[in-house]
Design a protein. Structure first.
Length: 156
């Protein structure tokens, strides 16, 4: 009898809008996956042009730049792993929220200490994109947490 009840509550949790929650989570995480793919590819294939405004003069500098690409590739592989399971989608949102928050903190630190402004290069676009992705992933994290709680305990 308990198996039958769990099966019914699982079905009820996947009706209407709730059925779309995993798909929406994946859609929110898809643009960062594309961006991480492009960044890691650029850092591996053309490290001398990976970061605008910098010049790499030694072989060590090229290697260190490729290592940054490896970090981004690791984040990318983790995101893809999180996308493969509905139960792990929240971890993808958590990873992206931490990453975007850290990127914004470092960017603001750069504005204050380095003299960079929003008017320089593509700083405004990048900052706005980071704020949007941070907001979307925080919302996705909350929605995923509620959805998983509902799926495991049944609707209230």
């Amino acid at each position: 009898m308990a198996t039958q009840t769990a099966s019914i509550s699982g079905t009820q949790a996947k009706t209407g809008f709730r059925r779309l929650i995993p798909l929406l989570s994946r859609l929110v995480m898809f643009p960062p996956i594309l961006i991480f793919s492009m960044i890691s590819l650029r850092y591996f294939t053309n490290p001398s042009h990976a970061t605008s405004g910098t010049t790499l003069n030694t072989p060590e500098a090229f290697t260190d730049t490729r290592v940054i690409g490896a970090w981004i590739l690791t984040l990318l592989m983790m995101l893809i792993t999180f996308l493969s399971s509905n139960r792990r989608l929240w971890m993808g949102h958590l990873q992206l929220a931490f990453f975007m928050a850290a990127a914004l903190v470092v960017r603001i630190f750069g504005f204050v200490h380095d003299g960079t402004t929003l008017a320089m290069g593509n700083q405004r676009v990048i900052t706005i994109a980071e704020i949007i992705f941070l907001t979307l992933n925080l919302i996705g994290l909350v929605v995923q947490a509620r959805w998983l709680k509902e799926v495991h305990s049944g609707p209230s």
